[in-house]
Design a protein around this ligand. Structure first.
Ligand code: KG4
Ligand code: ZN
Length: 343
């Protein structure tokens, strides 16, 4: 018998709904919030208001595109956290209301598990849907997180390395902000870097023990470097935009790759995946492939549409919880801080 899951994602500034049937994606609808652009970052209160406006039409069109009625849905999977509390509350309350009205069970999903499991989404148009095999390592890189996670099964996740300060996505966003390139910074820096020389400038790399990361130092190093250069030439950024982006990006990706290689050697795991918003980065995607060929990895790169926040990843993670028999109680509440992977 087929299992059909409706997924709902509202952890930050994207309202998204998706329908998955037996791991196959039937629809994945997204509504981005342009309202934050002029503030140079996500404004939590505006994000939750926009979610309230978007959620019903987004869910409605996800069902329509999938060609299913609400009575065909076996469970509604929603993001419980981590994320912005007001944003999470909109998705959680909407899901509970829909469940009470229809009697459909709900499944809470950890947003980070969703990112990691996005590799298991099957797309009907593809002839072959290759999936990672267990155990694998996931380099989870987003606006709020930077972790290396050892994944043993759909429900067994162990963080073996993580940032001790900023996330790598924050470093991308900060770099763009300092240089006046707008928000979110990652895609702009990535685009400009393609035209630049990555060895034009050198930024210091952190020394952190084990498999942990740190990105606050490299961010400060860019800030001081620009301050000194602008003092000599006020148009320094404008003249060197592409080289600055290429050099800064290359430093961040080197930092990510060094620890990932170390993690693979330490664990003996050669099945390597990347996930989260920063896994859209073209240099990181290239390096995962090239390093993979050199080191004999089986590298898995997510489709671009599954890298940034989306509900398809929440639906697939919910699907595995559903078939394991898990159901959430209706008094479940959202959690804004990082959650235990077992939750
Ligand atoms: O996973 P995500 O959509 O949201 C969070 O859960 O945080 O990740 C958003 C982050 C932002 O920091 C954004 O700048 C970054 O992903 N990002 C990128 C790229 N596309 C998005 N960073 C580098 N290169 C990109 N192409
Ligand atoms: Zn995310």
């Amino acid at each position: 018998m087929s299992i059909t899951i409706l997924g709902i994602e509202s952890s930050c500034d994207d309202t998204s709904a998706a329908v998955i049937r037996d791991e196959f994606l039937l629809s994945n609808v997204m509504s981005n919030q342009d309202v934050h652009m002029k503030y140079g970052g996500v404004v939590p209160e505006l994000a939750s208001r926009a979610h309230q406006q978007n959620i019903l039409p987004v869910v409605d069109s996800a069902l329509k595109i999938a060609g299913v009625k609400i009575r065909d849905i076996d469970a509604i999977a929603f993001t419980r956290g981590p994320g912005l509390l007001g944003s999470l509350l909109v998705g959680t309350s909407f899901t509970k209301g829909l469940s009470i009205a229809t009697g459909i069970p709900v499944i809470d999903v950890n947003h980070l598990q969703g990112h990691i499991l996005s590799h298991f989404i099957k797309v009907p148009e593809k002839k072959v849907n290759t999936q990672p095999s267990f155990p694998f390592l996931s380099l989870l890189v987003s606006g709020g997180h930077t972790q290396i996670v050892r994944v043993e099964s759909y429900s067994s996740f162990t963080v073996i390395g993580e940032t001790i300060d900023d996330a790598v996505g924050e470093a991308f966003d900060k770099c763009a902000k300092i240089m006046g390139l707008g928000y979110p910074g990652g895609p702009v820096v990535d685009k400009l870097a393609k035209e630049g020389n990555k060895v034009a400038f050198k930024f210091s790399k952190p020394r952190v023990d084990g498999l942990n990361y740190s990105f606050s130092g490299v961010k400060t190093s860019l800030l001081y470097f620009l301050r000194d250069r602008i003092a000599l030439d006020p148009s320094f950024i404008d003249k060197n935009k592409t080289d600055l982006c290429a050099s800064f990006q290359s430093t961040l990706i080197d930092i990510l790759m060094d620890k990932l290689v170390k993690a693979s050697v330490m664990t003996g795991i050669n099945e390597i995946t990347i996930a989260g918003g920063v896994s859209a980065n073209s240099l990181l995607r290239e390096r995962i492939i090239s390093e993979g060929i050199e080191r004999g990895w089986r590298s898995h790169i997510p489709e671009l549409r599954f890298t940034t926040d989306n509900a398809a990843m929440i639906a697939i993670a919910g699907y595995y919880k559903y078939i394991s028999g898990y159901r959430s109680p209706l008094d479940i509440v959202p959690v804004s801080r990082s959650m235990d992977y077992l939750l």
